[in-house]
Design a protein around this ligand. Structure first.
Ligand code: GUN
Ligand code: FE
Length: 460
């Protein structure tokens, strides 16, 4: 059931990388179908049709912000979150990750693990999740159904891999294509093929090294036939890059996706740490998205995505954030912070990326990823990557109410339900400063309510 109420208090969103919008004392009407019916500053301006709805009045230190958009998660890796990240990517896949994912041949295992992942995501403020499933059709259906049940907005893909994957986990080319097409049709039948569908299918080649040319081409055909999103990995790390170039006579990820019909304005490519500028230019031109996964990128690839450089050089290149669970073990908050930190390193090299100069005076205009920018990436920018900037990511009339209620320290300094807060409130901070403290030092204890489409998904 949607909230169907008027919330009176402070709403914060970040429509652009440099503009944090703090609206205090506003009235926001959430209708019975989860849409923002009206936003106004004066109670007497509430339209006739909404008068009579109950008014929820927030305390001074409670704010409402858009839910977070996590563009890259490996659902079947959740159980190993926070462990087993001691070896490079290609070895890590063989030693830990393929065995962990192959366990999802058991539906019972999927039914046990997936709801736990979704409650972890919601509790930490993620309201839209783009998810890799395992190679299995039935477990991926369980993932999609679990998303529907949890009430999260989700993009779900059955992972595809027909080579360079151990025998116990590899698929045949035909099987992978057949299962993908069935999964897409099954999702469309259940939740519709439009933007309104709460669970949407994603064509998911794992990455170039584990997919034959026939598989990539077949997946490209399916993506075009059903007009659906594509997710994959690109230019992640030195070892992955070298492997692709050796398999494809020196050719690289982006051009291979493009010639397979997998690169368009519904394509989201995780990592992209080692993109060449010409490839970023191609992605910008076709409308594809770079998903920066700052925590995982540093951990696995010892690399970063130069976000402000891309924003200034390729202004229409879509960029969002992802956790890459479980290659990255951070939450979206952790990844926002890591995006801020990584920028301090990137900014040395963003004017001339091959430069080793440490002349801060020349480069300081690039020191731009602050808490506002990071929050924009995690909300409005992620929404844009999904073509949903008119639905989620900020608060405007007519948009969906996907939102978090943050409790930034009541007067007693404890949260609404008495849980200790991670940061101390001194009492004289502005609401913007309290919000900044949440982005930089807060955690899930500050997230007291989570709504998707106006439905309270934490307590329901
Ligand atoms: N490349 C192919 N598979 C994976 C994966 O599971 N995690 C990461 N980080 N990169 C990949
Ligand atoms: Fe990944």
């Amino acid at each position: 059931m949607s909230l169907e109420a008027i919330i009176h208090g402070t709403f914060i969103d970040a429509p652009t990388a440099r503009s944090l919008r703090v609206r205090e004392n506003v009235f926001v009407v959430v209708t019975n179908n989860g849409v923002i019916g009206q936003i106004c500053t004066d109670e007497s301006h509430i339209r006739e049709e909404f008068k009579g709805l109950r008014i929820i009045r927030l305390a001074k230190t409670q704010v409402i912000v858009p839910g977070l958009v996590d563009l890259h998660i490996h659902a079947p890796q959740f159980k190993q979150l926070g462990t087993k990240t001691d070896i490079p990517l290609m070895e890590w896949l063989q030693k830990y990750t393929f065995p962990a994912e192959s366990a999802f041949s058991s539906s019972a295992h999927a039914s046990n693990i997936y709801p736990k992942l979704l409650s972890h995501l919601l509790k930490n403020g993620t309201t839209t999740a783009v998810l890799y499933g395992s190679n299995h059709l039935s477990a991926t259906k369980i993932l999609a159904e679990s998303c529907h049940k949890a009430g999260i907005r989700a993009f779900v893909g059955k992972t595809c891999a027909d080579m360079l994957t151990p025998d116990y986990y590899v698929e045949t080319t035909e099987g992978s294509l057949k299962d993908t097409e069935e999964f897409v049709k099954w999702c469309y039948e259940k939740w519709g093929s439009g933007k309104e569908g709460k669970v949407r299918p994603v064509v998911t080649p794992r990455f170039i090294p584990t997919c034959s040319k026939e598989l990539l081409k077949g997946l490209g055909d399916i993506a075009q036939k059903y007009d659906c999103f594509v997710q994959s990995h690109a230019a992640e790390s030195v070892d992955e890059e070298a492997l692709v170039e050796s398999q494809h006579s020196g050719r690289r990820d982006v051009e291979i996706y493009q010639e397979s019909g997998l690169l368009g304005n519904k394509t989201i490519l995780a990592h992209c740490c080692r993109l060449k500028d010409s490839e970023a230019g191609v992605m910008e031109k076709v409308g594809a998205t770079v998903v920066s996964c700052p925590w995982s990128n540093i951990l696995f690839a010892r690399a970063t995505v130069p976000i402000p450089y891309y924003n200034s050089t390729f202004p229409n290149l879509k960029i969002g954030l992802g956790t890459d669970i479980a290659g990255g073990f951070g939450t979206m908050l952790d990844n926002m912070r890591t995006a801020i930190l990584q920028d301090r390193i990137d900014s040395f090299a963003t004017v001339d990326r091959s430069s080793t100069s440490t002349d801060l005076d020349i480069k300081k205009e690039n020191w731009t990823v602050d808490f506002k920018y990071a929050f924009h990436l995690a909300t409005a920018s992620g929404a844009k990557a999904l073509g949903m900037e008119d639905m989620i990511g900020t608060f405007e009339e007519g948009m969906r109410f996907d939102a978090l209620q943050l409790d930034l320290g009541l007067d007693g300094e404890n949260g609404e339900d008495g849980r200790a807060m991670r940061f101390t409130r001194f009492g004289n901070e502005s609401v913007e400063e309290l919000f900044e403290k949440w982005v930089t030092t807060g955690d899930d204890r500050n997230v007291v309510r989570v709504w998707v489409d106006g439905v309270d998904v934490l307590s329901s």
